[in-house]
Design a binder for this molecule. Structure first.
Ligand code: HEM
Length: 352
């Protein structure tokens, strides 16, 4: 009898713990068609270690680069899908994805870091890894290296050959003065729900903002949903509405990927309307509170949001290309002596 009871208990423990495992696993979005968890397993097994090692150094030297790289992946994916289009240099200064207002504050260094990673990866494996995949891995590593959750990134994206117009860029990215209704409806068009919206906004736990992204909340009148002391301190950093200065986005732990962003929101210390309104709006308030109380819950939901976002409208298989340089699309190789010379130069610089 005793042994039957204990076997039953053992069975319950085993079944329930494996169920717990499956529940968590089941929440991780599956790779979309054409992407896989092990895409470069045989063609470039060193890919992820090359990127991690290099970013460990870059982020140790300047922790702000983590925020820049994370935002770059978001701006890539939301406009025309995660196809590396944001990395493309605009044609002769004409209106392009890069010259659209939200992209003007992307860090110039982020673009350099991505192409430097591309160079290292291509030197080790040949031209087999796309710039958009490198951007997705760099975003994940930026989260990990600032203290956030680790997760696997579905891989196999190809790079696009076109970039979006300024207008399409504006239409797809959300403005900081957007309220929750706008944030939720914009994200819903990308298959992201309210939990994804709140979790992904938690990326604002690291990084900086220019004053102009939020001074509409300070001048001419102070936004009543903003804590008064917080507002007065912001006015010291941003004395005028068009000040060029920057401030940290998370006042509690600006360089650490943690759940303090949600604690900020609960204390009315969110920087943008799009942040603070998540706490004001009844539809998202409970989610903000749950993340403020439970960091692991935030991390789990953030990972789900990132994997969903990272698979938006990806190009795979025969669509798109593997760019030779991340800031320009490949030219017709037969005609393009310059590309051949550049590739030879890179091969030689890797050898010597
Ligand atoms: C919900 C919509 C969002 C809005 C309205 C928004 C808006 C902004 C704005 C205005 C800035 C500051 C730009 C500046 O003035 O320098 C910023 C910074 C940043 N955003 Fe967002 N964002 C949103 C979602 C996201 C998402 C989904 C991510 C990533 C998953 C993200 C990651 C970041 C990071 C890391 C920074 C700091 C960048 C740096 O320090 O260089 N944001 N965001």
């Amino acid at each position: 009898m005793v042994s039957t009871t204990s076997s039953f208990l053992l069975l319950v423990v085993v079944v329930s713990s494996s169920l717990m495992f499956f529940v968590t696993e089941a929440q991780i979005p599956a790779p979309v068609k054409g992407l896989s968890w092990r895409f470069y397993e045989s063609s470039c097994p060193q890919l992820e270690s090359i990127i991690r090692k290099r970013l460990e150094k870059q982020i140790k030297d300047d922790v702000g680069q983590a925020a820049g790289l994370l935002r770059l992946h978001f701006h890539d994916c939301f406009v025309q899908g995660c196809d590396g289009s944001v990395l493309l240099d605009g044609s002769a200064g004409g209106p392009s994805e890069q010259t659209a207002i939200p992209n003007l504050t992307l860090r110039k260094r982020s673009f350099k870091i991505i192409d430097d990673l591309r160079k290292r990866v291509h030197n080790a494996c040949g031209k087999v890894v796309s710039c958009s995949d490198i951007t997705a891995i760099a975003a994940r590593d930026s989260v990990v290296l600032t203290g956030g959750p680790n997760y696997n990134v579905p891989l196999g994206r190809k790079d696009g050959r076109t970039f979006a117009t300024e207008q399409a860029t504006l239409d797809n990215l959300v403005a900081p003065f957007a309220n929750t209704t706008v944030v939720l409806s914009r994200l819903a068009t990308k298959g992201l729900d309210a939990t994804d919206a709140v979790a992904l906004s938690g990326a604002h736990t690291i990084g900086i903002s220019h004053c102009t992204s939020f001074t509409d909340r300070l001048f001419p009148n102070q936004d009543p949903t903003m804590d008064k002391t917080f507002a007065n301190n912001l006015k010291r950093s941003c004395p005028t509405a068009d000040s060029n200065n920057t401030v940290n986005m998370d006042i509690r732990s600006p360089n650490v990927f943690d759940n303090k962003y949600y604690v900020d929101l609960m204390n009315r210390q969110g920087l943008f309307t799009s942040d603070q309104d998540l706490f004001t709006d009844r539809r998202t308030r409970g989610i903000v509170e749950s993340f403020a109380k439970n960091q692991s819950l935030f991390f789990d939901k953030f990972v789900i949001g990132m994997i969903k976002m990272g698979q938006l409208n990806v190009l795979t298989g025969g669509d798109g290309e593997i760019r030779t340089k991340c800031d320009r699309r490949n030219k017709n190789k037969k005609l393009d002596i310059a590309t051949v010379v550049e590739e030879l130069e890179e091969t030689f610089s890797a050898l010597f």
